[in-house]
Design a protein around this ligand. Sequence first.
Ligand SMILES: [Mn+2]
Length: 344
Amino acid sequence: MSLDLDAVARIRAQLDIARRILLVTHVDPDGDAIGSLLGLGWLLRGLGKEVTLHCQDPVPEHYLWLPGSLDIVRNSGVPAPAQPHESAQPGRYELGISLDCSDPQRMGTALSPSLLPLINIDHHVTNTRFGTVNWVEPGSVATAQMVLALADTSGWTLTQPAAVCLLTGIVTDTRGFRTSNVDALAMRSALRLVEAGAPLSSVVRQTLEQRPLTSVQLWGEAIGDLRLEDGILWTEVTRSLIQRWGAPDDASSGLINFLTGVREAKVIAVFTERGDGVIDVGLRSAPGYDVAQVALRLGGGGHPQASGCTLQGRLERVRERVLREVRSSLAGPYLSADGSGINA
Ligand SMILES: [Mn+2]
């Protein structure tokens, strides 16, 4: 990752003049969302800033042990885009920062970007650059790694609570340093965080290994229904399956990560039926195949090896539409095995 130093300098300039800052991460938060949010929160508090941390959805249970997680609010007090801007409380916040959000919709109803100067810190290649300042590093393994780079290049003190949160972001987005984008910088960043007091084995165990029995029972059924066609491995997590086992909302993300180990699969898709006719589509690919562009075409986003989208409609129709897109992407040019370039 060669740092966009210009963006970093502009972020520092914004931070110098702002005192009350709203930090926002994405809906349906993962470890990098929560880790980068909390980590930057700790760092900015250390600078004497007044910060509010916001996530529209609840913090998943296996991240609740992270320091500061109970202070994350689900209502920022700033009107959502759907509400009239006149009712805003001017001056409540002087600056907004979005973390790990590839487009403004990912922030949920946290704030309308037009209300505040907004710093957009993210590592998704599909980022739409919706901020006043956009710092987007697709070469970075995690937004948490970017937060660490911001702290280190700015000379901020890295405390133990900040280090634990940031390491959680790196560990979860790399699935324990196993994704193909893990490089020397990712390892150096992790080393830096461990030296600052972050307990690596405990982070790995609590975020990647431990899960409720109900999740594994749900997986069992979904795995029983796996289909493999044209190198595409897919299954469905239906509403009734979720209700039968009472599994947590993020059971599907653990399942799809497990399925990335299937040797015969070039692309893995898991369709999860939410309420109100909404289908979450999780996509993963073997190195050399790119699912970020597929997700982007379907209104979502992500990384070449891990992406997703949310679609309205009946499960069968959504599934056929997504599988059609994946099939046509597999028929086209593909990335080289290290993900660095396009092969014909
Ligand atoms: Mn991330």
